[in-house]
Every structure is written in C-alpha cells, then in structure tokens.
Design a protein around this ligand. Structure first.
Ligand code: GLU
Length: 510
C-alpha cells in the first residue's frame, strides 16, 4: 500500500474572532502537515447561517497570516478540492444524506422545535434530560414510525423536517486517538440521534465535516477536545458511507485553561483578566468595542507562535525557544500532553522579551521610528539607533522603548519631587552652572571625553560625585532613571545638555 499523503485542515466556523485556542489548533495542524511534507487546508464551516458573524472569516485569514501559518489550500487561495467554504458546497451534501436514509442509517423526523422543547421541559421537570435517540425515537414523529405514504405526503406538503442519524443500539465504538490513546464510547449510553441535514437544504456540522474531510482527502483530523464526543458519530458516518478504508485518523487536542488553571480559556477572559486572547484586534459588530490583541499590545508574531506551541506540547528537552521552522522540525503529536494547559499571561511577556532582545538595534530602531513619527517626533536614524542601543536591555516591547527613553526626545517638563528633596541643595544651581560652563568647553562631545573632563574638574574642585551626578541627571531626564549619564549627554548633544542644565537651575527652586 502506498503511504498516504498527509493532508490536514483547520476548519473554523465563522461565528466570531478566533482566540488563542483556535490559533493553537491551526498551528498544530500546520506543524503536523509541514513536518510530514503534507498539505494544510483552511476550510470555512459556515453551514449554520444563524451563527454567521460578518467579518469573522476575514479575521481568521488575516490572523493566520500574521502568525505565518499559511494554508496551502483554502478560500481565496485555491486548490484542487474546492470550494473551501461549505456554504458554497451546499449542493454536495444532500445526496449523502439521502443515501444514509436509503441505507437505513438515517431517518426523517418532523418534530417541530416547539415539540422537542416541550419534551425537554417535561424531562427536566422529572429531573431527567431528554435526548432524541435510541430510547425515544420509537415514540416520535419520524419516518421510523410513520408509513412511507404519510412521510411522502408530509414532505410534499412542505412540512419542515430534518434527517437524523440512526444511532445503532448498544455498540461500543473504540477508536485510537493519536493523543489520548484508545477511547471507547457506548452508543446507547452516550450518543443521541444527531441531526445531519435540515429542511433549509443545509447540512449540519457533522455531515458536512465528514463529507468534506472525505472529499478533500484529509488524512488526520486534529481538533479541539470539545469535539471528542463527536468522534464516534463521525466514525460511524464513515462506516455508513462506505469510506472506512480511507477515513482520517483522529487527534483531539486538550483544552487551553484559564490562568487560574480551572475551566476553559474563553473569549471573554482576556478583557476580564487584563490580557489579550485574540491575535489581532476584533471590533465586535454589535457593541462596536474593539478587543485587545497580541498585535496591538506589541507582541511579535514569533513570540506569539512560540508561546502557543508550548501550550500543550513540549519537545521533551529543556529548550523553550523555537522558531516556526524549528517547531516544524521538532513537532510530534506524541509529545502532546494529555491534560489541559494553563495559559500564563506572564509567560507570554517573557517570550516576547526574548524575541525583543534577539532583534538587532537596527530592527528595533526601525520599529521605534514609526512610534516616534506617530508622536510627531522627527530625529535622525542615527539618534534613534543610539537611544535604542542604550535602553534596549530594559525593554520587553517596542512600546517600552518610549517609556524608557522619552527624555531623549523631549526635555523634562517637570522634575521628580523626591529626588529634588533628597539631592537638590542650596548650592546645587551654582555648581551646575559651573558644570554647564565646563561642558561648553568640551571639544570632543563623546561620553568618554565628557566623563574625563568632568572627573578632572570634580577632583580639582573636591566636590562629592553624588552631589553633582544626581542633580545633573535630574536636570537632563527629570528623574532618577536612565543609562550612563555621559552617554545621555552624548546622545542629547552639547547644546541640548547645557540648555537643560540651565533650565533646571532656573526652574527647580530649593
Ligand atoms: N467547525 C468546527 C469548529 O468550529 C470544526 C471542528 C473540526 O475540526 O472538526 O471548530
């Protein structure tokens, strides 16, 4: 038997923006495909028109792109197995639903939503749960109980109906999940008769998903754990449709958990707990509110991807930093953990810091330049580079660069009170004026030579270093922060340094 080509798919429903969990599913699919020289498909599962959210598909595509997870086939990309949007494949599914009815694997049900709701409420009142299936279908309004004649009449009269899968009784469905091992479901104990097709002409998720995975020659279904209970139904559908020989293998990825470790990380958790859960900003079409995102918060996509890959997977070594290529190389489904993975927003920052520090001064200066331009600050590239080189080490994000270095671009408009109280003495203005005079005579305006002149002068004067260094720093940066003082002088330039000293001596009153 020739080895089958690996083909996997990410199959989101466009019901909203995808969050960390969705990206993670896409990423693991992508890594698996690339590791095995296979194809990664994007398929939009938009058969549930009621849950369709405009903009969601676009959002998903853009987010994958930002992450560098590029599908080989999908909407807008093309491929030999399209269309890749289920709403555009509508015509395909009906015949399979009919086939299942003909073969006795499915039946037609006329029960209205209200009738089912009523049964559900009645069951609830008796502290039971209603399910349409093995125990109840014999008494309900469906083709198992009605004559062919009546069924035909009802259909011709345009009565609403659905096609339901007829779950076989008391069968153990055992399947090897590539992450969790052997899993067994008993049909009577845990499975109901799921709707496969609706009278609006649309298949439900289950039918469309299985039909498409078959037609698109998917070799492995890698998806979130919430779909594990659907696996036995899908296995049976492949059997019923005669596709068992070529059906995909399954791997269900354990959940991403809230930072507290309990419960699935939800789309709302980010705003609630103060960290982003979305890759890109998402503007809710209903409320008009825009959610926080990794992109806007200044994360690098490589940090984001690295962080997400480590949620539920590890290489079995101490290595924590992986580029996308390194992830492809190292990835293995067998190394997925079987339990949920707690999402840690602090760890996310830690990853970003690493990738931030990996960037060259030039790269960061380029990014920082955009921030400065937005603030209306135009300075030479040279100056930006010099500033970045000085403060880079203290930063985790591009936005930190401004926080750490704004005084290089704007003279202080106030001075730290505490430092004034502690360091600004009566004779400080006089002394600083002398330093300004000294600086005026420094010819080679570079940190080393400024320092040399300064030290010589201080020794001669026998002034304590602390008594001058702190007020001098205060005059130049407005507080007690920043890198080497003489480096600051150098980058500010001679004129600006002297001007700032003069302004401080006038402004700061004892
Ligand atoms: N449309 C499903 C979802 O939104 C796909 C599940 C699957 O991968 O089978 O997650």
């Amino acid at each position: 038997m020739t080895k089958r080509k690996v083909r996997v798919r990410f199959a989101p429903s466009p019901t909203g923006p995808m969050h960390i969990g969705g990206v993670r599913t896409a990423l693991f699919n992508y890594l698996f495909a690339k590791k095995h020289g296979g194809d990664f498909l994007l398929r939009i599962e938009d058969t549930d028109q009621a849950r369709f959210v405009p903009g969601a598909e676009e959002y998903i595509i853009k987010s994958l792109k930002w992450c560098g997870i590029n599908p080989d086939e999908g909407p807008g990309i093309g491929g030999n197995f399209g269309p890749y949007r289920q709403s555009e494949r509508k015509e395909i599914y009906k015949k399979y639903a009919d086939q299942l009815v003909e073969l006795g694997w499915a039946y037609i049900a006329f029960d209205s939503t209200e009738e089912i709701e009523k049964l559900r409420n009645e069951a609830e009142a008796n502290k039971e749960t209603f399910s349409y299936g093995i125990g109840t279908r014999g008494k309900l309004n469906n083709s198992l109980n009605l004559s062919d004649e009546v069924v035909k009449q009802k259909m011709e009269a345009g009565e609403n109906y659905v096609i339901r899968f007829k779950m076989p009784e008391d069968k153990d469905i055992t399947e090897t999940d590539l992450i969790r091992g052997s899993v067994t479901f008993n049909t009577t104990k845990s499975l109901d008769d799921k709707v496969l097709f609706k009278s609006d002409g649309m298949p439900t998720y289950h039918l469309a998903n299985v039909v498409d995975d078959h037609l698109m020659e998917i070799s492995h279904v890698i998806r979130g754990e919430e779909w594990l209970p659907s696996m036995p139904l899908h296995v049976l559908l492949y059997r019923a449709l005669g596709w068992e020989d070529t059906r995909p293998k399954f791997a269900h990825i354990p959940l991403t958990l809230k930072p507290q470790g309990k419960g699935k990380l939800s789309k709302r958790d980010g705003d609630k707990m103060g960290f982003p859960v979305f890759p890109l900003p998402w503007k809710d079409p209903k409320t008009g509110e825009t959610s926080r995102s990794y992109f806007k918060d200044g994360y690098f996509p490589e940090a984001f991807i690295n962080l997400i890959a480590m949620l539920g997977w590890n290489p079995g070594t101490e290595q924590e930093f992986f580029s996308l290529d390194e992830l492809i190389e190292a990835f293995d489904l067998e190394r997925m953990v079987k339990s949920g993975s707690r999402f840690d927003p602090e760890k996310a920052k830690w990853f970003n810091k690493h990738y931030f520090q990996q960037k060259t001064v030039e790269q960061l200066a380029n990014l920082f330049k955009a921030v400065l331009i937005e603030k209306g600050i135009e300075v030479s590239d040279e100056k930006i580079k010099n500033v970045v080189a000085e403060v880079k080490e203290r930063c985790e994000f591009v936005s930190d660069l401004w926080e750490q270095s704004s005084y290089f671009f704007e003279a202080p408009d106030s001075y730290d009170e505490k430092t004034i109280k502690k360091r600004w003495k009566e004779d400080t203005p006089e002394k600083l004026a002398e330093i300004a005079g000294l600086f005026g005579g420094v010819e080679n305006w570079e940190a080393d030579s400024i320092k040399e002149s300064f030290s010589g002068f201080m020794n001669k004067k026998e002034w304590g270093f602390g008594a001058i260094m702190n007020p001098l720093r205060l005059s130049l940066v407005g507080g007690n922060m920043g890198p080497d003082l003489f480096k600051i002088c150098e980058i500010l330039g001679k004129e600006e340094t002297i001007s700032r000293i003069n302004i401080a001596t006038v402004t700061i009153q004892n």
